[in-house]
Design a protein around this ligand. Sequence first.
Ligand code: NDP
Length: 245
Amino acid sequence: SISTIKDKVVVIMGASSGIGEATTRKLAEEGVKLVIAARRENRLKTLVESLPNAKILYAVADVTNKDEVQAVVNLAVEKYGRVDVLFNNAGVMPTAPLSEKRFDEWRQMLDINIMGVLNGIAAVLPIMKKQQSGQIVTTDSVAGHVVFQQGAVYCGTKFAVRAIMEGLRQEERENNIRSTLISPGTVDTELHTTIKDPENRERVENLQRTIGLQSSDVADAVAYAISTPETVAVSEIIIRPTKQV
Ligand code: NDP
């Protein structure tokens, strides 16, 4: 069993910006073997090119497509022979009042934030069971604990992910598979760009820019969570900007 983070094989979904990009950089620095994925190929390519000494591959994948997610995981197995950690980090946050009836955005949040996580779990579970070892890390949120303004559906997806990850923990602990939630408060990322309403988007962007954590702060939490011995399961790390309500 591997107890140091160096040489671990880590797959990151949603690695093209923000928390996923910062985690890629942090883990690459630590000598982790990486396969990173997202939809924007140009961003993945630029990121990989900026890490010339890293053991890293990228693949284009949409987390709502289970075959594409499986292909990313399979690439890690083909290239490195195993998967130690899956980081389910992809997410969108098009917040709006329920009364606006934005069916497309509701569907998008359910598909990416919930089904995307389930597709990741489904892709790695058989492999990790065979290994009798593995860790699934998922980015949840403070929004998985409290419901904020215009966030009914987004927070709903993050509450759901917390339940799913706790169920995973209960079901797979005997197989030595660990379930970890990383739950940040506001982080200064591109997440606000998924909000359609200009006023709401600006409000969230302003909050991210003024008090938000840096993505690297969250990456440090991920690195810690995957650095513990196999007998130690970090179930959740909640990390807020000090000034956040
Ligand atoms: P970003 O918008 O910077 O990053 C989101 C990442 O998810 C991108 O890499 C994006 O890549 C990827 N992504 C989105 N949709 C898909 C998809 N369908 N398939 C594959 N990848 C996808 O924001 P953050 O870094 O902030 O977001 C990362 C996670 O952190 C999300 O789960 C978010 O909910 C969570 N979070 C963020 C907080 C914040 O304040 N920023 C607070 C708490 C939690 P691409 O578009 O290239 O596919």
